[in-house]
Design a binder for this molecule. Structure first.
Ligand SMILES: Nc1nc2c(ncn2[C@@H]2O[C@H](COP(=O)(O)OP(=O)(O)O)[C@@H](O)[C@H]2O)c(=O)[nH]1
Ligand SMILES: [Mg+2]
Length: 324
């Protein structure tokens, strides 16, 4: 990487909306070098007062549901409305797939050329925990740079939806019509996290089946326990091709924001996210500190030999380590 600047130089640049410095600060935050990490944290601390004011929206759905195409259409609509938009990705599989968001640059052609949009894929080769941390920090840096809507895309696999849910104010689940019971069953846990469902590709021949799916999912959601936030998740249809339903989804998200601000849920959700984040980070750092102690790996290996041989009990071995 290029030579480092002082924290305030990054911070001032970001607050001015300088994209180059924003990108460089994000790269610092993604770096595993301790000195880069320290610098990134100093930058984050300086820009902190300028963060937290964006609308944070998570978007998920199985591969092929139309996330990238949707983000292109939805993002372009938001920019027309005068918003500045950052698109981030949570994709722990990005190493294998070569970076879903980056690979999707073709589908986000308009957005990636637009000066009001900033697109950042997740760092390749990161664990889910790592991606989550980096995405959170990237989100804060983007907020400080003046982006007022943050879209976080995640591939609909594994635990990444839970992670995104823990980052955003509004969690939108994209669904395919006609993908059937298998999908519903598989996605049940995720459906419970959703603030809204949108059936994609409601155009041409699939318009009717999208409407049917809308009814089906509306009925399915009625069977779920109430969310406790006073916001029963709506089910909509949309088409990224025709633009149908795109503006409605944004109107709905704004209505949600307003209602959550009024009933205090907004504050509560963000505070709970901060606490979760704090606890996760603490656990992670304690872990790292413990395992990186000098001689620890040899020590562990020696104890494991004894455990395997049956001459030392696991609990006793843990106690030995903690006492040292
Ligand atoms: N007819 C129609 N096709 C769509 C729409 N949105 C996406 N697609 C198509 O669905 C396929 C998967 O879309 P993509 O955005 O890559 O899905 P992702 O894997 O969820 O990111 C592509 O061939 C798109 O052209 C839509 O609104 N209408
Ligand atoms: Mg995609």
């Amino acid at each position: 990487m290029r030579h480092r600047l002082a924290p305030h130089q990054y911070a001032d640049g970001i607050l001015r909306g300088d994209r180059l410095l924003l990108s460089r600060a994000i790269t610092l935050a993604e770096s595993s070098r301790p000195d880069d990490q320290a610098l990134a944290q100093a930058v984050l601390t300086q820009v902190l007062p300028a963060t937290g004011r964006s609308i944070r929206v998570g978007i998920t759905g199985v591969p092929g549901v139309g996330k990238s195409t949707f983000i292109e259409a939805f993002g372009s609509y938001l920019i027309q409305q005068g918003y500045r938009l950052a698109v981030l990705a949570i994709d722990p599989t990005s190493q294998r797939s070569g970076g879903s968001l980056l690979g999707d640059k073709t589908r986000m052609e308009t957005l990636s050329m637009n000066p009001a949009a900033y697109i950042r894929p997740s760092p390749a080769g990161d664990s889910l925990g790592g991606v989550a941390q980096h995405t959170r920090e990237t989100m804060l840096l983007c907020e400080a740079a003046g982006f007022d809507v943050i879209l976080i895309e995640t591939v609909g696999v594994g635990q990444s939806e839970t992670v995104v849910h823990g980052l955003v104010d509004f969690f939108l689940l994209l669904m395919l019509a006609g993908a059937g019971d298998e999908l519903q069953g598989m996605k049940r846990g995720i459906m419970e996290l959703a603030d809204a469902l949108a059936i994609t590709k409601a155009d041409g021949d699939t318009t009717a089946s999208a409407r049917r799916a809308q009814l089906d999912y509306t009925n399915a959601l009625h069977l779920f326990p109430p969310t406790g936030t006073g916001w029963p998740p709506p089910v909509r249809t949309c088409s990224a091709l025709t633009g149908d339903g795109i503006a409605d989804l944004w109107t709905m998200i704004l209505a949600h924001q307003q209602q959550m601000h009024q009933n205090g849920e907004f504050q509560q959700r963000r505070q709970a996210q901060q606490l979760t984040w704090f606890r996760a980070l603490l656990r992670q750092r304690l872990d790292a500190r413990f395992y990186s102690q000098p001689g620890m790996s040899e020590r562990l290996a020696a104890l494991e030999v004894q455990i395997r041989a049956g001459t030392l009990l696991p609990a006793a071995a843990v106690q030995v380590l903690l006492d040292e």
